[in-house]
Design a protein around this ligand. Sequence first.
Ligand SMILES: [Zn+2]
Length: 293
Amino acid sequence: MRLYSLSFITVLLFSTAVPANAEKTLRVETLPGVVKQGDACFVRASGPASLTSIYGEFQGERFPMASGVQNGTYEGLLGIDLNIRPAAYEIKFLATDGEGKVYRSGLWLKVKRADFKTQRLSLPSPMVDLDAETLERVDREEKRLKALFQGFREERLWGGPFVRPVPGEVTTGFGLRRIINGQPRSPHTGVDLRGEKGTPVWACNSGVVALVDQLFFSGKSVILDHGWGLYSMYFHLSETLVGEGDRVRTGAMLGRVGSTGRSTRPHLHWAIRIRGARVDPLSLVKSTEHLRE
Ligand SMILES: [Zn+2]
């Protein structure tokens, strides 16, 4: 009897400690719950269906969120750059409903160190050292891509799960650190997927074609803008089949696998940027898998 009374009191105390209506709160979570350097991270919130605005804040920068398929759910994507310092980061959320009521929430996201491999290569100098003219071209192309990735389209064009652009397995993983002739080079910020020359390359999600060009390192290239600062890249193609400005849907054919640019055999270099963060495309596939109906 005594025990019964105690638990009854506990229930009463607990009931008054939480808001009377649970729908008046904003619950937030990330998928996965703990991430590592170079991961894409799906963010999900649930709360009142009447929210008129909702956004998150990570490292002092806002990121957009929008309604999910289910009523009262909201979703967004975060990019955890491959060079971020491993630590716990606070993510804050702010939402308002039609009546001007403000909802705040937050969570701490643990970022673990990724185990990126290092590859040491010795190559003849002419293969590595570029002449002045080529250096200038490379510099110009890098600046152009950098400016492109700073773009931010308010409209969300992606939806549902991200898919692999070719079925082939990974031949060079994401984040590989390369040291050529004793000099550290840029890390591998995409994945190389195996594919015979001519294999169709598909859009990993819906978007608009932001770039079609032949670049020095990446050869024939296509870049898609998926909105909200999310871009996908398809490099070393033998052929491109879309034009800048084209709207494409998930699975649309963008071109064919090739070995153009700095490449030794046919393969697809596939890369993703999320508001500037360089993330492993396969982690984006994994963190959005659950959106499959
Ligand atoms: Zn590559």
